[in-house]
Design a protein around this ligand. Structure first.
Ligand code: ADP
Length: 473
C-alpha cells in the first residue's frame, strides 16, 4: 500500500473491520506510483472498471481511469483513481507548489464523486481523511444531494494530524469550482488563504480525530494550530477515537521476529528476548538491570530534547539503554555521543529496522516517549501489548492509553508518566519506573495491566460505527 504514516494504517485497517461488522465498504485511493509498484510486486494488475473518463467542474477537466482491486488481505473493494500527471509521481505528497497540491486533491475528490455515480455506489456515509480529502464534505454540502448517488449521503471527516491543513494562496480557490459563498471565514477562507481542512471541519456532519485527549487539546490555542476556534465551534459534532493496532502482527505470543514467546499469564519467554537484544546491542545481559528503549523518529515532536541531557544520568543511576531511530542530525549525533561515553550501558542504532523494533518492544523493560504532542501514538500501544512499560509525557493519545503508576494504583496502572515538558520530570518518571522494576510482584502486575488492554481495530471500528450512526440521524 501507499503509506507514509498513521493515515495509511487507518485507511488500511478500519475498512476491513467495518466489513467484518457487516458494512458494505468501498475504499477510494489515488493510484500513486507507490501503490502501482506495490501491486506490481505482488503480481496483481488492477483492472480498469470503465474506459478512461473525462471529469469536469467549473473551468477544469481531467481524465481519470478507475481501476478495481481489493484491499490487500481482504475482499474489501478498492477503487484506484489513476491520472498519471497528478498521481504517478516520485513522492506521495510533495507537490510542485501549494496550488498544484490543491489541484491534485480537487481532482481526486471530484473523481470519487464521479466514480460513485458511474459505478452506482450510493453511500450512506462518505468518510474523508486529513486535508487531502477535506473537499469531499464540502462538495457534498454544495449541492450533490441532487445526484441519485448522494441523495441521502452524510459525511464524516477525520483529522490525523492538525499540523498539515492544505493551505494555499487565495488563487487556489478558483481551482475548487465552488460557489463564491464558500470563500468566507465561515467557509474555506482562513486569514486570506484557502484552508481545505477548515472546510472539512465545517461542512462534515461529524468530525473525529485519533484520540479523545487530542480532541480536547486541539480545541485550545496551544495545540489548535490556528484552527482551535473552528474546532471549539463544532465541539457538538467533534469526538476523538483512538486508532487501533494490528494485534496479529504485534503479538508477543506469535511474533516471528522474537526468539521466544510469551503471554500475560506466563511472561517467562520475555527474558530470552532481553538476552538476545542485549547480545545484539553488545551490552551485558543482567536480569536485574532495567533496559530502557527508544524506537522513534528522532525529531523535536518526539521530545528528545528532554532526554538527551539526562540520558547519561539515567545510565549512571543503573539503567541500560538501546535507541533505534533516525531523524534530525542533532539528535542522532547527540545520542551517538552518549553511547560513546557509555559503551557498557548504551547502544544506538541509526536507521529504520522493523525486525529490530519488534525485538526491542519484546526485549526492553521500559520504553520512553517524551513527546511534545502526539495525536494518537502507536509505540506505546505496541509496548503495552509486549509487557514493556511505557514512560510517556501525558499528552494526546499517550494520556488516553497510559495510566501512570502513582504508588497506590497498581490495580490499574500500566506505565509511568509526567506532564511538564522538562528533563527533570522525565528523569523522575523514568527513575520511578526503574525503582518499580526492582519490585518483581508490582512489575508483573503493571505488565499484565498493560497486556490486558484492548487496542484492536475491532474496538475502534465500533466507535466509528457510533459516529456514522450520529451522522445519518
Ligand atoms: P509517528 O507516526 O509520529 O512517527 P507513531 O508512534 O504513531 O509515531 O508510529 C511510529 C511507528 O514507526 C511505530 O510503528 C514505530 O515502531 C515505527 N518506527 C519509528 N521509528 C522506527 C525505526 N527507526 N525503526 C523501526 N520502526 C520505527
Amino acid at each position: 500500500m501507499a503509506k507514509t504514516g498513521g493515515l495509511g494504517d487507518v485507511s488500511g485497517s478500519l475498512p476491513k473491520e467495518l466489513a467484518r461488522l457487516g458494512h458494505d465498504v468501498t475504499v477510494f485511493m489515488p493510484y500513486y506510483r507507490q501503490a502501482r509498484e506495490y501491486f506490481a510486486a505482488q503480481g496483481i494488475e488492477p483492472e480498469p472498471v470503465i474506459p478512461t473518463t473525462w471529469i469536469g467542474w467549473a473551468a477544469w477537466t481531467a481524465d481519470v481511469t478507475f481501476l478495481r482491486t481489493v484491499l490487500p488481505g481482504s475482499d474489501v473493494p478498492l477503487i484506484l483513481v489513476a491520472n498519471d500527471y497528478y498521481f504517478d509521481r516520485e513522492q506521495i505528497y510533495t507537490s510542485l507548489d501549494p496550488i498544484d497540491a490543491v489541484q491534485r486533491y480537487a481532482v481526486f475528490c471530484r473523481a470519487v464523486i464521479a466514480g460513485c455515480e458511474i459505478l452506482g455506489i450510493q453511500p450512506d456515509v462518505l468518510h474523508a481523511h486529513d486535508w487531502h480529502t477535506a473537499l469531499l464534505p464540502v462538495y457534498l454540502h454544495s449541492g450533490l444531494q441532487a445526484s441519485t448517488s448522494f441523495r441521502s449521503t452524510r459525511s464524516v471527516y477525520t483529522i490525523h494530524n492538525l499540523a498539515y491543513q492544505g493551505v494555499a494562496g487565495s488563487a487556489a480557490f478558483n481551482v475548487l469550482g465552488l460557489h463564491s459563498r464558500y470563500w468566507s471565514s465561515d467557509g474555506l477562507e482562513h486569514f486570506g488563504q484557502v484552508n481545505l481542512m477548515k472546510g472539512g471541519i465545517i461542512f462534515a456532519d461529524q468530525v473525529t480525530t485519533v484520540s479523545p485527549n487530542y480532541a480536547r487539546e486541539v480545541q485550545t490555542p496551544a495545540h489548535g494550530a490556528g484552527l482551535d476556534g473552528v474546532l471549539r465551534a463544532v465541539a457538538y459534532k467533534f469526538t476523538g477515537i483512538l486508532n487501533g493496532i494490528d494485534i496479529e502482527e504485534w503479538d508477543p505470543a506469535s511474533d516471528p521476529h522474537l526468539p521466544s514467546h510469551y503471554e500475560a499469564y506466563d511472561l517467562r519467554g520475555k527474558a530470552a528476548i532481553k538476552k538476545a537484544l542485549a547480545g545484539d546491542a553488545e551490552l551485558k545481559y543482567d536480569s536485574k538491570t532495567p533496559l530502557i528503549g527508544v524506537v522513534s523518529r528522532l525529531v523535536e515532536q518526539k521530545g528528545f530534547q528532554l532526554l538527551l541531557p539526562i540520558l547519561g544520568k539515567l545510565l549512571k543511576a543503573g539503567a541500560q539503554a538501546v535507541i533505534l531511530g533516525s531523524g534530525d542530525r542533532a539528535y542522532e549525533e547527540g545520542f551517538m555521543q552518549v553511547a560513546e561515553h557509555h559503551p557498557e550501558t548504551c547502544r544506538v542504532w541509526l536507521g529504520f529496522d522493523n525486525a529490530l523494533a519488534h525485538l526491542m518492544y519484546g526485549g526492553c523493560d521500559l520504553l520512553l516517549m517524551p513527546s511534545m504532542y502526539e495525536p494518537c501514538g502507536l509505540n506505546q500501544m505496541y509496548s503495552l501489548r509486549y509487557g514493556t512499560l511505557p514512560v510517556v509525557r501525558l499528552t494526546g493519545g499517550l494520556a488516553d492509553t497510559v495510566i501512570p503508576y502513582d504508588g497506590t494504583n497498581e490495580e490499574l496502572a500500566n506505565g509511568f508518566g509526567f506532564t511538564a515538558p522538562s528533563s527533570e520530570e522525565l528523569y523522575f518518571a523514568t527513575w520511578i519506573g526503574m525503582l518499580s522494576y526492582k519490585e518483581a510482584k508490582l512489575w508483573k502486575k503493571l505488565q499484565r495491566n498493560g497486556m490486558a488492554a484492548d487496542f484492536s481495530w475491532a474496538r475502534s471500528a465500533r466507535h466509528y460505527e457510533e459516529v456514522y450512526a450520529r451522522a445519518v440521524t
